[in-house]
Design a protein around this ligand. Structure first.
Ligand SMILES: [Zn+2]
Length: 220
């Protein structure tokens, strides 16, 4: 190890100790046991919790890892509560969306992509903060779902896609106690500050919410 590298790792350890110390102070207790400190450590924003390689949050989803440049490691819902699902449209086919999310230069990715054939690809764990909404607070509180197609081609929004996406959203809403309504299941276009228009005028919100509600009812 070179001198410069050793200094760098020393600094990292120093910063970690400082962060844990700060968190302990915030809790207001001077008597935190070592194990409690270790638990707190995982609750700090941006800290990677150990996880199983290739695990998905939605049964049947195919796992393809997004580039680490396109999301932030987190420990949701413990560090950030999740109360929203954001609906997107890829403006391209599934393969191009997967390639974009694997590309560190893209600087954006969603948790899931639903194909026109109804297959679900997961690229970021729900634990983590995906850069999909273009708004930090909304990224931290939401799960992002992309849909394969173009906003100006209504034929891209297939029955299989609506059904599969609704099941996925129903599962997410059930897991985090998110109400199935338009306050909590929103389009990218509704995120404050965005210049994106997806999912666009051809996305059938009434149909989608009805399908999510049905899937939610069926699973409870
Ligand atoms: Zn979008």
């Amino acid at each position: 190890m070179t001198e410069a590298r050793r200094k760098d790792s020393d600094r990292r350890i120093g910063r970690r100790a400082l962060l844990v110390g700060g968190a302990a102070a915030a809790v207001g207790s001077v008597a935190l046991a070592r194990e409690e400190l270790a638990q707190l450590y995982w609750r700090l924003p941006g800290v990677r919790r150990p996880r199983v390689e290739g695990a998905v949050d939605y049964r049947g989803a195919r796992w393809v890892a997004a580039s680490e440049a396109n999301f932030r490691w987190a420990d949701r819902p413990d560090d950030y509560g999740i109360d929203m699902v954001v609906i997107h449209v890829t403006q391209g086919d599934l393969a191009s969306a997967v390639a974009a999310f694997e590309n560190p230069g893209h600087r954006a990715a969603a948790h899931y992509i639903v194909g026109q054939d109804g297959h679900v690809t997961q690229m970021i764990r729900e634990l983590d903060v995906a850069y999909h909404a273009g708004n930090r607070a909304y990224n931290e509180r939401s799960v992002g779902i992309e849909h394969e197609g173009f906003v100006d081609r209504p034929e891209d929004f297939t029955d299989a896609m609506y059904t599969a996406s609704a099941r996925l959203t129903a599962r997410i809403c059930g897991r985090y106690g998110i109400p199935v309504d338009r306050e909590h299941v929103i389009g990218h276009v509704e995120v404050p500050g965005t210049d994106h228009t997806d999912p666009g005028e051809h996305w059938d919100w009434d149909r989608y919410l009805r399908l999510v509600t049905e899937a939610r009812t069926a699973s409870t």
